[in-house]
Design a protein around this ligand. Sequence first.
Ligand code: FAD
Length: 388
Amino acid sequence: MNKFDYIIVGAGFAGSVVARMMADNNKKVLIIDKRQHIAGNMYECFDENGVRIHLFGPHIFHTNSDKVFDFLKKYSDFYKYEHKVVGRIEGKIVPIPFNFKSLELLFDKEKAEEIKTKLKENFNQEKVSILDLINHDNVVIRDFGNYVYKNVFENYTAKQWEIDIKDIDKSVINRVPVVLGYDDRYFNDKIQYMPTEGYTKLFENLLDHNNITCKLNSNAKDIISFDNDKVFIDNVEYNGKIIFTGAIDELLNYKYGQLPYRSLNLVFENYKIDYFQDNSVVNYPNEEKYTRITEFKYLTNQILKNKTTILKEYPLKYDVNDQKCKDPFYPILDSKNYELYEKYKNEIGKYKNIYLCGRLAEYKYYNMDLVIERALQLSEILIEGEIK
Ligand SMILES: Cc1cc2nc3c(=O)[nH]c(=O)nc-3n(C[C@H](O)[C@H](O)[C@H](O)COP(=O)(O)OP(=O)(O)OC[C@H]3O[C@@H](n4cnc5c(N)ncnc54)[C@H](O)[C@@H]3O)c2cc1C
């Protein structure tokens, strides 16, 4: 294995971006993944219905970083796609994040006007956190905040995290704000696009380089071992650099215990109809056991008659031994888990040639653009180090 300058574990964005950057810098790279495909959680494939599906849940690309988008554009064409989500609240389909249109659809005209006026008088911004509404001095704003909290956030959060909303990290709650206006886009980043031929094709292009060897169905924990401060690959001391983008608790055999995650039971359904719903994503915060339904044709721009595929997401606790929820999706961000993560990180820190990158290795919720940014940064640091 010492013929490779870099061994990269994980062929998602974190690993594949570093692989490409180092290959372009004349380094020999081996990238491995335990799954039978590249592209990590961005993986897309055609189902038996001919619909291109996102196997690990819908992935929408959005960013404010020109650097990230310029990098990706080298490997794929993109089409403009502004994501819009609706939710079923009290039997009505309304925009999510909750905005003035949602308010007008759910309150009578007079009440809606009163709430909008109070919101405009008290906030001089486009978005506000639900926490700022429910803790506000003004009773109209507070009541409105409580209404949105009850109907949009509370049950959804309970389903998604199986804990009380009070115990959720603020950054998670703030991910879905209340919009003080009519902008019904789910994200308001300046760059919102989807890869024309899908993410898998983008990854194929990204990894298509003479200096990159890709090995699938290969689990790092079966080839990497440790002794004192040395790292061994297939029992031979490895002197190159390892970029690890998988779960570090798994790599270290869960010696301090398992890092907790939330997972999803992803249930795909095929229908012999043109469209199942009127929107790409419909959220179900309350009545149903699933949190949302995605209809892929809206995301992929495919025109198919009498065929469509939807996905229902049922949140579950991550359990590596249960097929329904064996994928660690969302880290549970609390102080106890951060502490546990730090133990693993410190342990890995003993090995000077292992670098951690990505959502699993860093135990962080990263959107794609942030992972790419992080992988680009790490690559630049490594290249700089090589030059010195
Ligand atoms: C349901 C869901 C929806 C999301 N939607 C969006 C969205 O719309 N927009 C957005 O920007 N972000 C979204 N994200 C976030 C996005 O998925 C992450 O930013 C992205 O997955 C991070 O890339 P990564 O390379 O760190 O991890 P991953 O894509 O998970 O790649 C890690 C890879 O490492 C491999 N691996 C792990 N351990 C080992 C091992 N021991 N040996 C070998 N291989 C290993 C895994 O098989 C995997 O392929 C979503 C996340 C989820 C869970």
